[in-house]
Design a binder for this molecule. Structure first.
Ligand SMILES: NC(=O)c1ccc[n+]([C@@H]2O[C@H](COP(=O)([O-])OP(=O)(O)OC[C@H]3O[C@@H](n4cnc5c(N)ncnc54)[C@H](OP(=O)(O)O)[C@@H]3O)[C@@H](O)[C@H]2O)c1
Length: 332
């Protein structure tokens, strides 16, 4: 019997916000497995800004997807068939399963995960999202007790975890998020000390009120005007961890640098970019720490689940102005 998959393939490169016209959703046969390969039924796909970055021909921080490609997306699913050592039918796995209903390919890129956790959590706090927050906050930003930490996209997947880790380190944490509901979530559910609604408040003015002495750390998920406001608030020897710049992902061709970067010199501060993949050798350490905090109730995990692979194009747009909090995932 020939198996069939539904695949979401890149059809055209967008200018600005991507829409349904930039994707093809099609059914196609699945080739029989070669030795070393595994067939996985994808249950949940991670919907993240990196998908938008792959749609550009170049210039974003990730290699572009080719027209006609299934885009690279993390996912969690169940093994249907295996010709790879170490995997059996029924295993739950996480890996680069792609924007499709079934993954068939090398088993070596997949990791078994504990099915006792809600599956989307393996794409959130317990997955690459949590690891990004863990290494970015602890290794790159390295907050000390009593310091003031600013985190943008604070209600989102990476930002929500990054801020909670800084709080566990004894820092005072200020979030930046879009809208009053997200800001209430950041303070009440995630335990940040304060949150600035960048859509209705002037970030620079609010930062001056909330942190009159300035900030020691800025965990930057968005770039743009929030980065400019953060630069103006730096204290002596502050650190900016450059995690992403989602404010510019839809207009990467017109990317402009932050105007007031000279504040780095004036304050002897450091601005450092990082990729979670730089820390691949330490994933077990990160996973163990995140799972420990989660099981002891020291950090909270939120996922926003949308349903239906055919809705992939519209769900991706939620990242750029949607009301979701936590990790955005698509149930296949
Ligand atoms: N360096 C790495 O290895 C690595 C790994 C994973 C992710 N990342 C980066 O981490 C960042 C967060 O990713 P995520 O998966 O956690 O996504 P996310 O924060 O869950 O979703 C993106 C959020 O960005 C905010 N946003 C969208 N447009 C904006 C704009 N114009 N100005 C300001 N904020 C805007 C939105 O929140 P509001 O509604 O609050 O605006 C949105 O919810 C991204 O920049 C991503 O590329 C980096």
């Amino acid at each position: 019997m020939t198996r069939v998959r539904t695949a979401v393939r890149l059809k055209a490169r967008p200018t600005g916000l991507p829409g349904p016209e930039h994707w093809d959703v099609q059914e196609e046969p699945i080739a029989p497995l070669a030795p070393g390969e595994v067939l996985v039924a994808n249950r949940y796909i991670s919907v993240s800004p990196s998908l938008r970055a792959q749609m550009d021909a170049g210039g974003a921080y990730l290699p572009p997807a080719a027209i006609g490609d299934v885009v690279r997306a993390r996912g969690v699913g169940v093994v249907l068939e295996s010709r790879a050592e170490g995997f059996r039918e029924g295993d739950t796995v996480e890996g680069p399963l792609g924007s499709q209903s079934h993954y068939s390919g090398p088993g070596e890129v997949l990791s078994p995960v504990d099915p006792a956790f809600p599956l989307p959590r393996h794409l959130g706090v317990l997955g690459m999202t949590g690891l990004t927050a863990y290494f970015g906050m602890l290794d790159i930003a390295a907050p000390k007790p009593g310091e003031t930490v600013l985190v943008s996209a604070a209600a989102g997947a990476v930002g929500s975890v990054a801020g909670q880790i800084a709080r566990l380190r004894g820092a005072r944490v200020i979030g930046v998020a879009g809208g009053p509901d997200k800001c209430a979530h950041v303070v009440e559910a995630l335990g940040f000390d304060a949150c600035i609604d960048y859509r209705s408040e002037d970030v620079r003015d609010r930062l001056a009120e909330l942190a009159p002495e300035g900030i020691d750390v800025y965990f930057d998920n968005v770039g743009g005007p929030t980065l400019e406001a953060a630069l103006l608030s730096l204290r002596h020897r502050a650190r900016i961890a450059v995690c992403g710049f989602v404010a510019d992902y839809n207009d990467i061709g017109n990317l402009r640098g932050a105007r007031n970067y000279l504040r780095l010199l004036e304050t002897r501060s450091r601005m450092e970019g990082f990729s979670v993949y730089d820390f691949a050798g330490r994933y077990p350490e990160g996973r163990a720490a995140l799972a420990g905090w989660l099981s002891r109730g020291e950090i909270a995990a939120y996922e926003h689940v949308e349903e239906g692979l055919e809705r992939f194009p519209e769900v991706l747009r939620l990242l750029f102005g949607g009301a979701q909090v936590g990790k955005l995932v698509l149930k296949v």
